[in-house]
Design a protein around this ligand. Structure first.
Ligand code: F6R
Length: 603
């Protein structure tokens, strides 16, 4: 993962700055002899985690390795077989993308193969230490120290499991690894601060960065916590990495519908996931009553409530703070997870943190939550990915149940988060049944909103495809919808877009309004105050795109969202569609925008 010659501090800072190591890993041990095929198919489902190089190691009569740069392509047929296989897909913003730096990495004797996701912060010291012992490195990565350390301990007479465990004790940083050793029918997976899940089926064991990659081949799953190591032979034994003591964990049944995605005939996941928002609201609203009660009890006995998240999840947090204030008269401040340390002085044992994260693996969120936990705060999380780190470290977890979100852009998870937060806000005042009815109505509106607006979004996208800047405004809760609308447009179409509370326009940004600059306004109706601000922009030549329940005179284009009650939530849909079609008009892949990855697992 790292270029040669990086000094330890420089390398560490650069890694943190650039956000590297959001790779995908997989491991398969089967009795059917098709481990290579399953690992290859699984890694293709993880390519959203990285797509600059990839590789696979298959154990048949010996160890065969195949590595390539670029997106995952085909592999030779003979590699589809084997009893054990491990595979890796990589994403990096710096360092040489090369075959020799692609995983799996081998030990010096070529008998141990390892795939790794994470960052070994003390890799340089370890390389120096191993080099002194005569180990010669073939790649420039931090990861290669792992198979070398394992080999060192095997040479000292340790068992394979003990050699892996002892090797891991040297590592500072984050890792999820899968390791295999050619002479033995054993596969070992382990994790610390990077995701790894175990899938099980009759005589088959799978490791993966997320459940989605292996769900079609597993019936049950075990969700690992940090510092856990699993030996699969195919019998499963779990150990704590630090103590070496064995741990008992029961597998959970996998609901394939909630963790396996295909495009179901849509050209892109983004469009499919926009369409799935009806079901996402229905699923998210079906929360277990006793869990909701626990959430409400915790909030009521707290003296402070903070809602945290990053990106789109942060927008959901901000919108929720409006809902809590309006519906439940509760002051729940929304904080950006990465800025949380500035507010750490406010946290104590009477604080409740509501942490929002689709992936449940966002490093900034996890760090904020861990800091809050250390101060005794209670953690309520809302996540979509089953078994994720956030879910595991929370006191109470509510699942979004939105199904896998594969497109890098968050769409259905945003609506799912908001549906749950709306439910909590209403549960706090005993209005749950009414809220459930409203959410059921809102879900029914999703296909109507798509039907009314998709063609219009497509047409408008062809008109706006060469525009250089778009402004998005809204008042009250819609000021947050404006932020989310601008984020959707910029990240997928690469058109500069900014969101504002509409009244803020005249405090500065209006200086940028000139002839034909598009201004999108979210206005629940034609008499909303934001319309005044839209008119102010129109007087300076702006092209006004209204998203509303009714057409206002100043609109040059009109997206009709016939839902007044939950308007700030549902009105994002036409702009998700506009963003999608802008990406297509500009020849871009909406599912994999440049420089982004679905799980931002580093700071
Ligand atoms: C935007 C987007 C990101 C994520 C952010 C947090 O479309 O996808 O801004 O919302 O990276 O991700 P989670 O929710 O997984 O913590």
């Amino acid at each position: 993962m790292l270029p040669a010659g990086f000094k330890k501090h420089g390398a560490k800072l650069l890694l943190r700055f650039l956000g590297i190591a959001m790779c995908g890993i997989i491991g398969v041990l089967t009795k059917e002899g098709n481990a290579g095929k399953l690992a290859y198919e699984g890694i293709k489902r993880l390519d959203y985690r990285g797509y600059d190089s990839w590789g696979i190691a298959v154990k048949g009569s010996g160890l065969s390795i195949y590595k390539r740069t670029g997106k995952i392509g085909s592999i030779p047929n003979k590699l589809l077989q084997g009893s054990i296989a491990i595979a890796h897909t990589r994403w990096a913003t710096h360092g040489k993308i090369s075959v020799r730096n692609a995983h799996p990495h081998l030990s010096q004797n070529g008998k141990i193969a390892v795939v790794h996701n994470g960052v070994i912060e003390n890799f340089q010291e370890l390389r120096d230490f191993l080099a002194e012992k005569g180990f010669v490195f073939k790649s420039d990565t931090d990861s290669e120290v792992i198979p070398m350390l394992i080999e060192m301990y095997l040479e000292e007479g340790c068992s394979f499991r003990e050699a892996v465990r002892k090797a891991l004790l040297h590592l500072k940083g984050s890792y999820a690894i899968v390791a295999i050793y050619e002479p033995e029918h054993i596969m070992i997976g382990a994790k610390n601060a990077s995701p790894l899940v175990v899938g099980l089926s009759d005589g088959r064991v799978l490791f993966a960065s997320d459940l989605q990659a292996i769900a079609p081949y597993a019936e049950e799953a075990i969700f690992l916590s940090d510092l856990e190591l699993v030996e699969a032979s195919p019998e499963i034994k779990i150990y704590n990495i630090e103590s070496g003591l064995s741990i008992k964990k029961l597998p959970k049944k996998i609901d394939i519908n909630l963790c396996y995605a295909d495009k179901k005939g849509f050209e892109h996941y983004m469009l499919k996931e926009i369409y799935e928002q009806e079901q996402a609201i229905i699923n998210a609203s079906a929360q277990n009553e006793s869990l909701l009660n626990k959430v409400v009890e915790s909030i009521k006995s707290a003296n402070k409530v903070f809602i945290i998240g990053c990106g789109t999840s942060r927008h959901a947090a901000m919108l929720a703070s409006y809902m809590f204030a309006k519906i439940s008269k509760l002051n729940a401040s929304a904080l950006l997870a990465s800025e949380f340390p500035n507010f750490a002085n406010l946290i104590d044992e009477k604080t409740v943190i509501i942490a929002l994260s689709q992936s449940g693996e966002t490093a900034d969120v996890l760090e904020a939550v861990r800091a809050a936990k250390r101060k005794g705060a209670k953690i309520i999380s809302i996540v979509n990915v089953m078994g994720s780190s956030l879910m595991q470290i929370s006191d109470i977890n509510l699942m979004m149940n939105a199904g896998p979100e594969v497109c890098v852009l968050a769409t259905k998870s945003y609506l799912a988060q908001l549906a749950i937060l709306y439910l909590i806000a209403n549960h706090l005042i005993g209005n749950t049944e009414q809220a459930k009815k409203e959410l059921a109505e809102a879900a029914k509106k999703v296909p109507i909103i798509i039907k009314k607006n998709e063609r219009k979004a497509k047409l408008l996208a062809s008109k706006l495809k060469n525009t250089s800047s778009i402004f998005v405004i809204g008042k009250n809760a819609c000021s947050i919808t404006a932020l989310e609308g601008a984020l959707k447009i910029k990240e997928v179409s690469y058109i500069h877009a900014e969101g504002y509370a509409s009244a803020e326009l005249k405090h500065g940004p209006i200086a940028l309004i000139e002839k034909n600059v598009p201004v999108i306004v979210f206005a629940p109706d034609a008499s909303d105050e934001s319309i005044t601000n839209a008119i102010e922009a129109k007087s300076r030549g702006a092209l006004i795109i209204g998203v509303s329940t009714e057409r206002a005179k100043c609109f040059d284009y009109f997206f009709n969202v016939p839902c007044k009650e939950l308007f700030p939530i549902l009105s994002i849909i036409p702009i998700q569609l506009l963003a999608y079609y802008l990406a297509l008009e500009r020849g871009l892949d909406p599912d994999k925008p440049r420089n982004l990855a679905k799980s931002v697992t580093v700071k």
